[in-house]
Design a protein around this ligand. Structure first.
Ligand SMILES: Nc1nc2c(ncn2[C@@H]2O[C@H](COP(=O)(O)OP(=O)(O)O)[C@@H](O)[C@H]2O)c(=O)[nH]1
Ligand SMILES: [Mg+2]
Length: 207
């Protein structure tokens, strides 16, 4: 039989999303000792799924699972249909309690296919809740308001506005940069970490 702590750490949170959106960066933000490989290359650098222990605070923890990106195109580590099949089978195998869908909230990166993948994996996840982390918002004046300010965009790509979410940055250098410039946005990386942990905590089943 599992102890209370073991049963808590055995709650699985699987991070999914397209290649290069920042899934591994999100893992590194949540688990500072993870050192998950991160890269801006067109060829995805996460070549295998891996789970890391995440301390959620208040004596709660979970395992966060890094996954291979969807739709890298023909140049990527895995051809799109193969990547999708692999993620599907990983979702079955890892028995998630929560799925986190990661996507960037800036115009130059946002694509309609992000909404299609979200809905595909939402129906695949069945009863397992799926939440969204919108990242790349370090330059946005009001990152926490991104969701309400972009309801028309969400509608266009087909993500329901009622979806639980956090709007953040997962770029680690950002606090250092804002510290140097004495910007009012310093501390944004730490507050992003807290926002995502709160999102996970509020949507994970409690034991
Ligand atoms: N500007 C910005 N870049 C980010 C953010 N999150 C990740 N990146 C960068 O995006 C690139 C891809 O990140 P990675 O975590 O490897 O993406 P993955 O393929 O989804 O795992 C890296 O160069 C990261 O530094 C973010 O919130 N803002
Ligand atoms: Mg990765």
């Amino acid at each position: 039989m599992c102890s209370k702590l073991e049963s808590r750490t055995s709650r699985n949170v699987v991070i999914i999303g397209h290649s290069g959106v920042g899934k591994s960066s999100l893992i590194n933000m949540l688990c500072p000792s993870a050192d998950a490989p991160v890269s801006n290359d067109v060829f995805g650098c996460t070549t295998t799924e891996r789970a890391y222990l995440c301390d959620l605070g208040r004596q709660q923890s979970c395992m966060v699972h890094d996954t291979i990106g969807l739709e890298e195109g023909s140049w990527g580590f895995l051809w799109a249909p193969k990547a999708e099949r692999r993620l599907k089978s990983y979702l079955k195998k890892s028995k998630p309690h929560l799925v986190v869908y990661c996507m960037p909230g800036v115009r130059r990166y946002l694509k309609k296919s992000y909404g299609r993948s979200f809905n595909k994996f939402k129906s695949m996840a069945g009863k397992v809740p799926i939440v969204v982390v919108v990242n790349h918002l370090e330059d946005s004046r009001h990152s926490e308001d991104w969701w309400s300010a972009n309801l028309d965009v969400l509608r266009k790509i087909g993500i329901p506005e009622s979806t639980q979410h956090a709007c953040v940055t997962t770029l680690p250098e950002v606090d250092f940069m804002y510290e140097i410039y004495g910007s009012s946005k310093r501390g944004i990386y730490d507050s992003s970490r807290e926002a995502v942990k709160a999102l996970i905590m509020n949507n994970l089943p409690q034991y």
